[in-house]
Design a protein. Structure first.
Length: 286
């Protein structure tokens, strides 16, 4: 009897240690079921002609708007549209961010904006959770590059550039400069006053997905928000880079190696800030 109790005790201890090790070493991989198109290729088509046949197809409109870095309201203003040959895939397959980046497996959340491709990707432990188009800063008011953190947010606020501009689902990333991402008109090229414009559905998603900073009662920063990386340069005086997809559907694809290159200078800080948030959250819940 005593030997059985001893055996059960040993098994329990081993199991407990094993479970503890698993919690610290195994990452929760976000399972996302997506539909991949059979082929990804593109043609240029006259906007009026294409809309005449497809204006009521909301799923096609969503994909075409994302591919052309625009929104439904501005779609008809373009002379020509970049159109995929196969509409059967989810929108992420028509955008340049890789679906998985092993280098980011230890990063709980990171939001990455690509200036050259005018797109963004939201990653959780290296898995692409969400992606969409953006219109960033114009040539005279470029969006700053580097590492930022989401701080305060507001469902609706007023622009610091013009008090007549109402910004919806705004999430600030640079408090002193007034830079943030939010819903606003997307004409299909970088035209903002340094902010990162988004479609309404994308702005709403990121508004809920990203974390705010945490301040103490004296407005002192205690915990930073979700890391945001803005990288690359846009060729303002050249044709829109995504138009090259007609000749080569992969020409502006962003590789996992490129994401690693852009995040390596910031990884140590990101992980340090991530731990600060985790420790603060754990202490606050006790």
């Amino acid at each position: 009897m005593k030997s059985n109790i001893l055996l059960l005790t040993i098994i329990s201890i081993v199991t407990l240690i094993s479970c503890k090790q698993n919690r610290t070493s195994v990452h929760q991989t976000k399972e996302i079921v997506r539909k991949q198109p059979k082929v990804v290729s593109y043609t240029m088509e006259n906007t009026k002609m294409w809309l005449k046949q497809n204006a009521t197809d909301s799923s096609k409109i969503e994909i075409v708007a994302a591919i052309n870095r625009t929104d439904k309201a501005n779609l008809s203003k373009l002379d020509y549209l970049l159109i995929p040959s196969d509409f059967d895939g989810d929108v992420v397959y028509y955008l340049p961010f890789p679906l998985k980046v092993d280098y980011l497996k230890d990063v709980a959340k990171v939001l990455i904006f690509s200036y050259p491709t005018q797109t963004f990707g939201a990653y959780e432990n290296g898995v692409l959770t969400y992606s969409g188009p953006t219109n960033m800063g114009r040539k005279k008011d470029k969006t700053p590059l580097g590492l930022f953190y989401t701080n305060w947010k507001a469902e609706q606020t007023t622009s610091t550039f013009d008090d007549e501009w109402e910004l919806k689902w705004n999430f600030n990333i640079e408090n002193k400069l007034g830079v943030g991402f939010h819903e606003y008109s997307l004409p299909g090229l970088p035209v903002s006053h340094s902010c990162l414009r988004l479609l309404q559905k994308d702005a709403k998603f990121l508004y809920e997905w990203a974390d705010q900073w945490i301040l103490d009662g004296k407005e002192e920063l205690k915990v930073k928000g979700t890391p945001v990386i803005v990288f690359g340069n846009y060729a303002y005086d050249e044709p829109k880079p995504w138009l090259q997809l007609v000749q080569n559907p992969k020409i502006i694809s962003i590789s996992a190696d490129e994401i690693e290159k852009q995040t390596t200078p910031f990884l140590k800080e990101i992980l340090e800030q991530q731990k600060i948030r985790a420790d603060f959250t754990e202490t606050a819940t006790k």
